[in-house]
Design a protein around this ligand. Structure first.
Ligand SMILES: Cc1ncc(COP(=O)(O)O)c(C=O)c1O
Length: 427
């Protein structure tokens, strides 16, 4: 394109391209677009990626909004007060979905549930330090064997013992008996999962909280509960309204969910809500005034696009409660149908049948190799992960299908037919 600036003609900086740096000269935008697209063309189509929980389809109106707000920095609250107000409105709406008492919920928009987990863990740790007057060392966090890796990240980086309950014959879910055994005066909190990444099942949040009530009566040890509702936080309120897993349970102090999963926003958005201001430990807030305002920031990251938050608000306006209900009910019905069909092959045992998260998890009955089946499906364009369950169940290999809103009944049928085809030939 343009010539090299004279002063730099001999500069060694500009020979970087010879050593694998950026190209010496650019190209016009159309050519550059083609070069990049060409490199990516061979990749899988996101709609056929059945491994991911994340949103893979965005309707044109939402894409337009996304493009418009992509260049707005979420952290510039003073400059974009209307976006900041929208974020606050999202927190209020999510708080209402999770039955917060009145308008007392406070919360943060994060980059995803992983950042939410790190922040929630930090709040539990600071509160425990304050409760125990700094007299105890070696804090621990109690969780089930199926807890997501983000909780191990929190424990490792914040110097907290990850006290993990063993998996049982029923699966990786945290059970009440383990909770009672594992908690002590050094426990900063218990993490329960509403919708396991591994088998799509809900942990019994209310039973776990009641067990902790009994522990407190017996021993005086008061352990708060955080609910990791990364995938279930935008499903249970619509499909399981009677299930008490949220702020209706007094011991639940904070909840996270991924806006970019069942909140139907493209990648880059998580939510973390605390029951009230007192549970968001003030020590987490960092005062920043060089952006113009002078208020505390409670996120772990700083600059990022405001577009995902705008899209979360758009989804609430666009779908409403009834629309979210319809979308997730359809996914659950499709997942259950798929689970039935896979069970009927006689070669697959269903561990997660889609009746909680719309996720189907199967293991093989006889000599069937799930990895060969996954390879066969990949040849037909479907991505499905095969993995082992956590220790104690790590001899069990499973395959998982996440049914998202852009998966049609015809696509599910196509997928199931591909499985059946493989099984017919694998005798
Ligand atoms: C239960 C659970 N917690 C946390 C996470 C991390 O979420 P994110 O990808 O939004 O960081 C996941 C991701 O699948 C999850 O399933």
């Amino acid at each position: 394109m343009s010539a090299l600036p004279k002063a730099h003609e001999d500069s060694s900086v500009f020979s970087a391209h010879l050593r694998g740096g950026i190209p010496l000269f650019g190209r016009d935008a159309d050519t550059a677009l083609e070069v990049v697209m060409d490199r990516l063309r061979a990749g899988r189509r996101p709609e056929r990626n059945l491994a991911t929980f994340l949103t893979t389809s965005i309707e044109p109106e939402a894409q337009r909004l996304y493009r418009t707000y992509l260049n707005h920095n979420l952290v510039d609250r003073e400059q974009y007060p209307e976006i900041d107000a929208m974020l606050g409105e999202c927190v209020r709406m999510i708080g209402a979905l999770w039955h917060v008492d009145g308008h007392r919920a406070v919360g943060s928009a994060t980059t995803g549930s992983s950042e939410s987990a790190l922040l929630a863990g930090a709040a539990l740790l600071r509160s425990w330090e304050e409760r125990t007057g700094g007299e105890l060392s070696r804090p621990n966090l109690v969780m089930g064997a199926g807890a997501h890796a983000c909780w191990r990240k929190f424990c490792r980086h914040w110097g907290v013992e990850a006290r993990t309950a063993p998996a049982t014959g029923d699966g990786p879910a945290l059970d009440t008996a383990s909770v009672a055994q594992l908690c002590d005066e050094r426990t900063i909190g218990v993490v329960t999962i509403l919708g396991s990444t591994l088998d799509g099942r809900y942990e019994p949040v209310e039973d776990i909280a009641e067990e902790l009530d009994r522990l407190e009566q017996r021993s005086g040890i008061d352990v708060p509960v955080h609910v990791d509702a990364a995938a279930g936080g935008f499903i249970a309120p619509f499909l399981d309204p009677e299930l008490r897993w949220d702020f209706r349970v007094p011991r639940v102090v904070s909840i996270n969910a991924s806006g970019h999963k069942s909140g139907m926003v493209p990648p880059g958005l998580g939510w973390l809500l605390w029951r009230d201001r007192s549970r968001r430990h003030p020590g987490l807030g960092i005062r920043i005034n060089y952006l113009g305002g002078d208020d505390a920031h409670y996120e772990l990251t700083f600059s990022r696009s405001a577009a995902p938050v705008v899209l979360q608000y758009y989804n609430f306006v666009r779908f409403g409660f009834a629309g979210f209900h319809a979308v997730h009910a359809r996914c659950r019905a499709l997942a259950r149908k798929l689970a039935t069909r896979l069970r009927e092959t006689g070669r697959l045992r269903v561990l997660g049948d889609g009746s909680e998260l719309p996720v189907v998890v199967v293991t093989a009955h006889d000599g069937l190799e799930l990895r060969d089946l996954a390879k066969h499906l990949a040849e037909r364009g479907w991505s499905v992960p095969v993995y082992t369950l956590p220790p104690q169940l790590d001899d069990v290999e499973v395959m998982r299908v996440v049914v998202r809103n852009d998966l049609t009944a015809a696509a599910v049928d196509d997928f199931a037919t591909a499985v059946e085809e493989f099984l017919r030939n694998d005798i």
